[in-house]
Design a protein around this ligand. Structure first.
Ligand code: FMN
Length: 361
């Protein structure tokens, strides 16, 4: 806990929230992070508490239709993983419609359409943020998906392609008219990639453009102060957190405590932090097998390093992880030894994002 006062939560955060007909337990959502927001991670975050809604990584609509194993791995969910958004991307109406029906069968509480992805592989096919440049086609696509399924449909997008083309407010209004239940806005343009700061005024313009659907504000929320500023400056109904949750899976619980009591509550204990990592890893092993879990965890371990601060030698054992036994042995040592430095209560995680000229992504 810090010495200075926390900003007061807006009264709205204690009110119930619904997206379409679905009741959402809190106004703090987990954003999709391709390569990270696996079912194992989502379940670990849910166990920490406070989460309103989680999303899968983006799933290629065509890959779902072609029954590709990778697409089903990405869309995997289970009864404890509720409410869940399954996010799909593509630009062909018929494919998106079929994929949407498929993900509902797989358990999606909500179907989300990706219109924010800036990566070349996605936009060159006309999907992701490229859709934001074609209002009529994008609206027709959204309408098709809305009509295809009986669960709520949302759209996650950026502010527009670039500063000269801030199409999000107009699109959000058009999507509302064809029946979307909410929009999630990452306050950057496609041109910006992940550079610069989030434009909260841009998110506000979307809030003002729609009539009644909830707008979810997203981008660079890592602390309670960021969360409060996002609510206050944008007027959004909920917030969504991506990278901040990797460094601090307890952020939703801290936000939920803040919503009720005005502060984030006690920092998670060392044991709680180690427990989340352990659960995340063992769940990955159970779902993906030891080899893939060890491999994936080498990348994920960085975030737990911020959270747990194990002695360096143990961290290095985990970066080079090869077996489940090695993981268990190292975790037992970490528990016995305790943290090597004071544990952070707040985090500034840095996660690798695509860099360099945007056309090369
Ligand atoms: C590694 C990485 C993967 C991402 N994958 C997705 C994705 O699959 N779908 C999507 O809509 N956004 C994706 N995003 C964007 C995030 O959901 C979010 O909008 C963005 O990171 C800003 O929020 P944050 O600052 O809280 O991370 C990704 C971002 C990163 C850094």
């Amino acid at each position: 806990m810090r010495e200075t006062a926390y900003p007061p939560p807006p009264p709205l955060v204690r009110e119930p929230l619904a997206l379409g007909g679905i009741s959402i337990p809190s106004r703090f959502f987990l954003s999709p992070l391709a390569g990270y927001t696996s079912l194992a991670f989502r379940l670990a975050v849910r166990e920490c508490g406070g989460l309103g809604l989680a999303s899968t990584d983006l799933v290629n609509a065509r890959s779902l239709i072609e029954q590709r194993a990778k697409a089903f791995d990405l869309a995997e969910t289970c009864a404890e993983d509720r409410p869940i958004t399954i996010q799909i991307y593509g630009h062909v109406g018929e494919e998106m419609e079929r994929a949407a029906r498929q993900v509902v069968e797989l358990g999606a509480s909500i179907v989300d359409i990706n219109m924010g992805c800036p990566v070349k592989k996605v936009v060159k096919t006309g999907g992701g943020s490229a859709l934001m440049c074609q209002a009529d086609a994008a609206t027709a696509l959204v309408e098709r998906v809305v009509r295809a399924v009986d669960v709520p449909v949302t759209v996650k997008m950026r502010l527009g392609w670039d500063d000269q083309s801030l199409t999000a407010p107009g699109l959000a209004r058009a999507f509302e008219q064809v029946g979307v239940a909410g929009v999630i806005i990452h306050g950057r343009t496609r041109e910006q990639g992940f550079r610069g700061t989030v434009n909260r005024e841009g998110i506000r313009a979307v809030v003002e453009a729609v009539e009644r659907i909830p707008v979810v504000g997203n981008g660079d929320i890592r602390t309670l102060d960021d969360a409060e500023a996002t609510f206050r400056e944008t007027g959004c109904a909920a917030i969504s957190i991506g990278r901040g949750a990797l460094g601090n899976p307890f952020i939703f619980r801290q936000l939920a405590h803040w919503a009720e009591h005005g502060d984030p509550g006690p920092d998670p204990s060392f044991d709680e932090r180690v427990n989340v990592m352990e659960r995340h890893f063992h769940d990955l092993v159970a779902r993906r097998g030891a080899r893939l879990a060890c491999f994936q965890f080498r990348k994920i371990i960085k975030w737990y390093n911020h959270l747990i601060r194990p002695p360096k030698a143990f961290y290095h054992r985990l970066i080079n992880l090869e077996t489940v036994a090695r993981f268990d042995e190292t975790v037992a040592m970490i528990r016995a030894e305790g943290p090597s430095a004071p544990l952070p209560g707040h985090f500034e995680p840095r996660i690798p994002v695509p860099t360099g000229p945007i056309d090369k992504w």
